[in-house]
Design a protein. Structure first.
Length: 150
């Protein structure tokens, strides 16, 4: 039984894991892709629009060459942060179901197993779940709702 299961290892999930560890909780992060998966899917070489100080978890620890980091700098920062802080993150595991069994008692099902937790945090972002416009033509192959290399 975990105190906390976090779904998603984007910046929100990583930050939650960091705080959970500091608080001494028994926690687990389950990520369907890789650490920082949304950033991983940014176009290669992209410079993000936020400045370094707006993105780093601790002041001064995201060292980028310029004021704004590139996709690669940000991604390596997130991976390094998880490894350096020994955060408990399981990647390439999709959470498929979450069920409330009782007060502060949840069952999570993934494509690799089942887990029980007192609390569940959905840090799944918005990028993977686009709001469709429900208009003619949006299902055409040339119409995209995700950032993808062309
Ligand atoms: C090209 C581009 C540039 C951007 N530039 C900026 C910028 O400069 N500044 C800024 O603030 N924001 C920027 N954003 C937006 C930024 O990426 C998001 O705001 C940020 O990633 C949100 O973080 P998050 O942790 O909430 O969600 P995410 O980073 O989206 O993380 C959610 C995670 O949950 C995982 N997940 C989802 N469903 C499941 C499931 N069922 N089971 C397991 N795991 C799951 C996903 O794989 C993902 O890793 C940009 C976005 C794009 C596309």
């Amino acid at each position: 039984m975990f105190d906390l299961i976090v779904i998603g290892a984007g910046p929100a999930g990583i930050s939650a894991a960091f705080e959970a560890k500091k608080a001494g909780l028994k926690y687990l992060v389950i990520e369907k892709g890789l650490i920082g998966n949304t950033v991983y899917n940014y176009p290669v070489g992209l410079t993000v629009f936020s400045t370094t100080n707006e993105l780093e978890f601790n002041e001064g620890d995201l060292n980028s060459a310029r004021e704004k980091p590139t996709r690669e700098e940000l991604l390596s920062y997130y991976v390094r942060f998880v490894l350096d802080n020994e955060l408990n993150v399981q990647t390439e595991e999709l959470v498929t179901d979450a069920e409330r069994l009782g007060d502060h008692h949840f069952k999570l099902t993934s494509d690799k197993g089942e887990y029980e937790a007192r609390n569940v945090l959905f840090a799944i972002g918005a990028m993977d779940y686009p709001r469709k416009l429900d208009v003619k033509g949006e299902d055409l192959p040339k119409v995209h709702d995700h950032s993808r290399e062309t």
